[in-house]
Structures are given as structure tokens and as C-alpha cells.
Design a protein around this ligand. Structure first.
Ligand code: GLC
Length: 716
């Protein structure tokens, strides 16, 4: 029979169907399996490639090429696809461009720049001979105690969905078969960040109604944008593991959203059904549940292979379910053009090239958030002390998912590409501003937390501060405090960082505090007493340069918070789009509102809003924004709504549109938004998305604070 699967004039679907029809059950089971190269002896990997394994993860360069050559020599010669965690750049490769973390990049609110971040990452991953990144994270960062908040685009479903689609476009380009395109992976489906107590992988007490209102929208947008793969979350929805949830995977994602790519489980999810979640007695039962629910590729659960073969032999699993999974995998491989060219060329020589570094710098600049400034910034002082544990720590600045943290932490890696810490940035620009820079680390993030016991560094730093005109204090967290299984119960600054701030502030010197951290930390005292506060989060290679440029006034800060800051860990959750009804509206020992809220961010100019208009027939909103300062800048105009009376509780405020607009000094711009009726929908208890008639408020302004929003009331 002519081999249609070899005929590149046929469609990916036709070729996949023909190839599937030729496969044995063992070949199908192998195609559905993905194994971790970094955790297995090389000869095992080779023998799995000989069995026709579908995918390896965490393999780089020549090792990948050897496995691919082995796979191409098998009976059907099905190419392997290689997946890797390129989460903010191709970070596991020490010559790659390391971008700001997703959370830091989200502070830019810049769709175009985040698409470019995806494009650059794809180019470098493809050039490394790999096909697939396990990115973007579309879970929401609604509880900062969770170890992986740095991997999210923040707390809001609309912003996460918009930026998720942007980076997916960057990764996948116009065609999966292009030389520089790689597969994106919307993860972790679903609601991983919503685990009870922010306890990684624990149960989320959400319902499918809540999921449809808050957690599904970014994933729906990803599916509609053609995201090629999704990753099943570890956890469970109201006690049903996602790995075994036919409703979440098959009915909603595949049937309702029309998703035609393939679903990969997270790390060893199938085995976890037995060992962690105890919903399966053995691997055969776990395999049955996982395949029936709609998982197509099984990450690292090696026992799946024999279990699947046995289930088919014993007629306990319908082979059609395997066929559906394998067809999805093969279809993607054909769409990527891997049967004609198993390794993409990418763009040789592009790792860390000038073009890539420039895009990285631009994103880092737009990601810096100025939260407080009593006039000290832009800094004019001449003798500046740069102090603090994160002033010159590139590991802390990079955060999670780079060659410093994976595949193993503390692997002795050293940076091979240029980077710039806050200290280096302050030094690099000092000449331009007639400043003299002095440095002292002061304390370590994980050190003793008592100033009296603090070491000599502490005293030296306080002495140095006394000898200078102003201080730039850089505090935050380190990679040991962030990532998977690194949830924190206490988000206050660790070590003697607070004591260091207090002693320096006590000298009466102006202090600019810079937060280099993976997530919001509880810094109420610093927020109260510092003269200026900059949030850089994990700013990537040039996060320090961007912070320094903001401090000197070389750039006009334009970052806006994608996540709210709690005053205290006990105040969590503090996300802005909360539901009404809190009796008293505050704790008896804490105010009710967050320390800083979603959308906040200052600049060296002010933006004045006026003349909001809403055409309720055509759902068109317009508002005038004036830059009243003497520096050109960029304002992120945010549009929110509130449903004034609804059949279920609805958020006190919900973002439904935003646009980042460049506005020259003294210039006024009219910004117009084409909204749609569905933007004002809610989800009913029986999970229907409806727009109920009644009164609404639509608002436009600077951030999710009532006093910064102009509003129009209207009726649907
Ligand atoms: C990890 C993470 C997931 C990652 C995968 C492969 O445990 O949960 O985000 O993509 O395993 O490394």
C-alpha cells in the first residue's frame, strides 16, 4: 500500500492517520511516553529511542542528535520531539538569552515585547536542536506564598490570557514548520496556583464554575490561539485529580474548546495517582484513568508503557483511546515538518546576539515598577552607597529555571554571557551622572535575622551609608526560597534585611529600596519609611541595568504591577478582583486593602485622565490621557467593569482591556477600546456564561484603585 505518511503533499491529518494504521500497540504506547534524559543512563535512553519513544525532555545539543538518529532508524522512523523548560529564555543553556521572569515581564504590560521574548526564545531553542518549550504558565499568582508565583503572569485572568497568547505567538510563529518555531505548552491545566494554603500540588477547593469564571479563560484563549500542547496540572479540582478528570481534559479542553493538539501530563502525574493522590491501586489502574481522561503524552511515568500494553491485551482499555492520543502527537510532528527535517536550523550564532540582548534590555526597562518616590528620584546625589545582599547577586536576579537551578541546583555553573546587576548598573552609569559609587553587601538573605548578632559586613555597610549622601538598598529573596516545593509561610524579608534597612534609615540618609525577588514580599515597614521603592523582581540579564537607569532618570519608569502585594502573609489572599461581602472589610489587626495593588506603578511624570465616554450600543469606550510632566513616557490605560446587581457574587472590579500608550511630555491622547458584550458576562451555578440584563459600571484609569478610575454607569 503506498505510504501516504511519507507523502508530504498530503495533509498532516491524512499522514498521521496512515502512519497510525501501521503501528503496533507497543509502538503506540512508546509514542505516548516522554522520558527525562537527564535522569537516566545513556544506554537506557538509546534503547527507548529504539522502541520508538515519543519524546525526551531535558536533553541538549549533541545528545539529542544521537537519540534522533537512533529514532529515525526504527521500523517506522518516527522522529522524537525534545521538550525543555525554556521559561524566560532558553535558560537551561548557559549561553542563551535570559529574560526577565514571566512575573517580571508581565510588569511591562507590553504584548509586543512579550511576543518578541517568545520569538527570541524559540529561535535559541530551535537552534539547539529542540522542538518544544513547556511554557507559558497560565496559572494565576493569587497567593504569593506559592513557590512558583514567579512563573505566572500575575493574578488576573485577562492579563494572563493576553500575555499568554503573545508569548505563544512568539514561540510558534506563523507556522509550526518554520525554521525558528517551536511548540508552546499552556500549563498547568488547571489552577495549579490555587492549591489550598498555596501548598504546591495540593487540592484546589475550586468548582468548575469558579474555574470557568477565573482559571479557564487564559487557557481558552491559548487554545483559540492554536497553542500546540497543554500540560495537565499535578493537583485536583474539588478532590478530583486533573490527571483523571475527563471533564477538564476531554469534555472542556478537547470538545468544548476544540483543542486539536496534544496534552502532556506534568512530571510523573500518572504514578502520582497511585503514590500521592491514592486514587489508583496500581499503574494499570492509573494508566487506565489517565488515558480515559484524555492525557495524550505521559511525562516520565515509565511504568505506563507496560501497563498500557497489558490493558489492551486484557481488553480493559479501548485501543481507540490510544489511537486518539497517538494521532494527536503524530499530527503535531507532521505539522512541524519533522518527517522531512527532524532538526530545525533555528538561526545559527543567535545565542545571546546583539539583537536578542537589545530586546531583552528593552523588556527589562519596561518591567521596572516604581511604587514610591518622595522626590529623591531621579537621584542627584554624588556619593551613593549601593548596599544589600541582592545588589550584586546574579543568581538571585535570574531566579528560577536557569542553568543555576536546573537540571540540578548548585551545579557550579558560571555565567557565560553578559549580565548587569544593580551594583554594576549603578557603576556603569555613574560617570554619566557625576556620581561616585561605593558598595557593601551588608548581610545575606538567608543569614542571621538579628542585627545585634549580624556579622562585620552589617556594621561596615551601616558605616559606609553614614559616609555617603544617599543609599540604594537592594533586598529580596534567593533561589533557595523560590520554585517547586519552595512554598513560604512567611513572606517577610529573611535574614537581617529589615534590620539593615532600619539602621541605615535611622542615619537620616535618603534611601532608594530596590526589590530583587521572585514574587511580592511583605515589606510594610520599608514601604512606609523608604524614600523611593522600585520593584525589579527577577529582571533577567539586564534587570540591574534597568533599575539603575530608572534610578538615574535615564528611563521614565512605565512598569505596572501584575500582582498585588500583601502587607502580611496572614492577609493573603489580596488579589484586587475579590468578591464583595466581607463584614467590616478588614482584619482587626490589619487594614483590608493590599500594601500595593494590581496595576499600580508611578513614573517621573503624571498622567491625567479626563473625558471618559462609553457608547453602550457599540460597546466603545474612549478616554483622554494627558502626560502632565516634562518627560516623555508610556501609560498603561486599564479598563475595568463592575456588575452592580448579579445573580451570583461578581468581582468588585474586573480588568477587561488595557493598552500601553506612549505619550510625550505635555501631550494628550484619546485612547479608544472596542469592547464586546461578552466582556460583561458571569458564570451561573450550572456553568453557563451569560450576560445578565441590569446596571453596570465601566471604568478607565491608572490602576485597580477606585480613586484612580473614571467611570460610566450603563444598562444592558
Ligand atoms: C516540573 C514542572 C513543570 C515542568 C516539568 C518538566 O516538575 O511542574 O512546570 O515543565 O516538570 O520539567
Amino acid at each position: 500500500m503506498n505510504e501516504i505518511y511519507k507523502d508530504k503533499t498530503k495533509s498532516a491529518n491524512e499522514r498521521a492517520k496512515d502512519l497510525l494504521s501501521r503501528m503496533t500497540v507497543p509502538e503506540k504506547a512508546a509514542q505516548m511516553l516522554q522520558l527525562p534524559y537527564s535522569k537516566m543512563p545513556r544506554e537506557n535512553a538509546i534503547s527507548w529511542a529504539e522502541k520508538g519513544l515519543g519524546s525526551f525532555l531535558h536533553v541538549l545539543g549533541d545528545d539529542a542528535r544521537e537519540l534522533q538518529q537512533t529514532a529515525l532508524k526504527t521500523r517506522l522512523g518516527i522522529p522524537v520531539i525534545f521538550g525543555i523548560d525554556a521559561i524566560h529564555g532558553h535558560g537551561l543553556n548557559d549561553t542563551a538569552t535570559i529574560f526577565p521572569s514571566q512575573l517580571a515581564a508581565a510588569c511591562s504590560w507590553n504584548r509586543e515585547l512579550i511576543e518578541q521574548m517568545g520569538r527570541v526564545t524559540a529561535r535559541e531553542v530551535a537552534t539547539d536542536g529542540l522542538h518544544w518549550t513547556f511554557s507559558p504558565v497560565l496559572c494565576l499568582g493569587r497567593d504569593a506564598r506559592w513557590g512558583r508565583v514567579n512563573e505566572t503572569f500575575g493574578e488576573d485572568p485577562y492579563l494572563a490570557g493576553e500575555l499568554g497568547v503573545s508569548i505563544i505567538k512568539g514561540y510558534q510563529g506563523d507556522s509550526l514548520s518554520s525554521e525558528e518555531s517551536i511548540l508552546a505548552c499552556a500549563k498547568h491545566y488547571l489552577g495549579y496556583g490555587e492549591a489550598v494554603g498555596a501548598r504546591d500540588s495540593c487540592d484546589t477547593e475550586m468548582t468548575f464554575r469558579k474555574a470557568r469564571e477565573v482559571f479557564l479563560p487564559p487557557f481558552k484563549k491559548a487554545a483559540e490561539a492554536g497553542c500546540a500542547t497543554f500540560m495537565t496540572a499535578y493537583g485536583s479540582i474539588d478532590s478530583s485529580p486533573f490527571t483523571a478528570s475527563e471533564k477538564a481534559l476531554r469534555h472542556i479542553l478537547k470538545d468544548e474548546f476544540g483543542f486539536e493538539g496534544f496534552v502532556v501530563t506534568d512530571w510523573d502525574n500518572v504514578t502520582s495517582l497511585v503514590t500521592n493522590q491514592h486514587v489508583a491501586a496500581d499503574m494499570k489502574e492509573a494508566t487506565y484513568l489517565a488515558v480515559k481522561a484524555g492525557n495524550d503524552m505521559i511525562m516520565t511515568s515509565e511504568g505506563f508503557y507496560n501497563a498500557a500494553i497489558k490493558l489492551i491485551e486484557e481488553k480493559k482499555l479501548d485501543e481507540k483511546l490510544l489511537d486518539d492520543a497517538v494521532l494527536r502527537i503524530l499530527r503535531i510532528k507532521f505539522q512541524m515538518g519533522l518527517f522531512e527535517q527532524s532538526e530545525k536550523k533555528g538561526k545559527p550564532g543567535c545565542f545571546g546576539c546583539e539583537e536578542h540582548l537589545e530586546i531583552n534590555k528593552e523588556l527589562a526597562r519596561e518591567s521596572v515598577v516604581l511604587l514610591k518616590n518622595n522626590g529623591i528620584l531621579p537621584i542627584k546625589s554624588k556619593r551613593i552607597a549601593v548596599i544589600g545582599p541582592n545588589a550584586d547577586d546574579i543568581r538571585a536576579q535570574y531566579g528560577d529555571w536557569t542553568y543555576f537551578t536546573h537540571p540540578e541546583p548548585d551545579n557550579g555553573s558560571e555565567p557565560k554571557r553578559p549580565y548587569c546587576t544593580v551594583l554594576e548598573g549603578m557603576r556603569e552609569l555613574a560617570g554619566e551622572y557625576g556620581a561616585e559609587i561605593f558598595y557593601s553587601k551588608g548581610c545575606s538573605v538567608l543569614g542571621k535575622d538579628d542585627a545585634e548578632l549580624a556579622d562585620a559586613d552589617f556594621k561596615e555597610a551601616v558605616k559606609l551609608a553614614g559616609e555617603c549622601d544617599a543609599v540604594v538598598l537592594v533586598v529580596g529573596d534567593v533561589i533557595e526560597q523560590t520554585g517547586e516545593t519552595k512554598d513560604r509561610a512567611d513572606l517577610s524579608l529573611s535574614g537581617a534585611q529589615n534590620a539593615l534597612f532600619k539602621q541605615i534609615k535611622g542615619l537620616g540618609k535618603p534611601v532608594v529600596t530596590v526589590l530583587v525577588s521572585s514574587k511580592p514580599l511583605c515589606i510594610p515597614e520599608i514601604a512606609e519609611d523608604t524614600d523611593a521603592l522600585l520593584i525589579a523582581f527577577n529582571g533577567g540579564m539586564f534587570g540591574g541595568l534597568a533599575a539603575a537607569e530608572a534610578i538615574y532618570g535615564k528611563i521614565n519608569p512605565s512598569g505596572r504591577l501584575p500582582i498585588s502585594f500583601p502587607r502580611h502573609s496572614g492577609q493573603i489572599p489580596v488579589y484586587y478582583n475579590s468578591l464583595p461581602g466581607w463584614h467590616g472589610g478588614k482584619y482587626m489587626d490589619l487594614p483590608g486593602e493590599a500594601l500595593f495593588t494590581f496595576g499600580e506603578g508611578l513614573a517621573y511624570t503624571e498622567y491625567e485622565y479626563s473625558g471618559i465616554e462609553f457608547d453602550e450600543k457599540n460597546f466603545v469606550l474612549s478616554v483622554n490621557v494627558k502626560n502632565t510632566g516634562n518627560m516623555d513616557g508610556a501609560e498603561t490605560v486599564q479598563v475595568y467593569y463592575r456588575d452592580l446587581v448579579s445573580s451570583v457574587l461578581t468581582p468588585v472590579l474586573q480588568l477587561i482591556a488595557f493598552e500601553k500608550v506612549k505619550i510625550g511630555a505635555g501631550e494628550t491622547k484619546t485612547v479608544t477600546f472596542q469592547l464586546k458584550k461578552d466582556d460583561f458576562a458571569l458564570v451561573t451555578p450550572d456553568e453557563r456564561r451569560v450576560v445578565e440584563p441590569g446596571a453596570f459600571e465601566v471604568m478607565a484609569g491608572h490602576c485597580a484603585k477606585a480613586e484612580s478610575l473614571l467611570k460610566v454607569e450603563f444598562v444592558i
